[in-house]
Design a protein around this ligand. Structure first.
Ligand code: ZN
Length: 131
């Protein structure tokens, strides 16, 4: 199935049946995939899209966003540690059971000319392949 995401078309969950349907979807964009079970998505490494800084279309490189390492001496971390100390145990509820089995993947889009980087929020996927 083809979806329109990030101003380009991507092929999702390419099974044998869907590969046969490819010709049918060649010129059609699918906008809403909220009701479909999307497992797998291929994203190109490089894409030509609008750069808000250059104000024209430029070549962009795409990578997957990953949260950085938690710094133990950051203000929030110190605050949390202080909150959890002493009598009273856990101060806020911890979630143990999750309804969702997938996470939304965020893409980092970097302009090749000016280096301006921005994030694109993704959709729920089991697997995301860039390249
Ligand atoms: Zn740019």
């Amino acid at each position: 199935m083809w979806v329109r995401w990030l101003h380009f078309r991507v092929l999702v969950a390419a099974t044998v049946d869907e590969l046969e349907q490819r010709k049918k979807y060649k010129s059609a964009y699918v906008f809403s995939i909220a009701t479909l079970d999307v497992n797998h998505m291929n994203v190109p490494k490089e894409v030509r899209t609008y750069c808000p800084k250059c104000k024209v279309h430029q070549a962009h490189t795409i990578s997957l966003y990953k949260p950085g390492k938690r710094r133990a001496l950051a203000k929030g971390e110190r605050h949390h540690e202080r909150e959890k100390r002493g009598y009273g145990g856990q101060k806020y509820p911890l979630q143990h059971e999750f309804a969702k089995t997938t996470k939304k993947q965020t893409l980092r889009v970097k302009c090749k000319v000016c280096g301006y980087m921005r994030h694109k929020d993704g959709i729920r996927l089991r697997k995301l392949v860039i390249g």
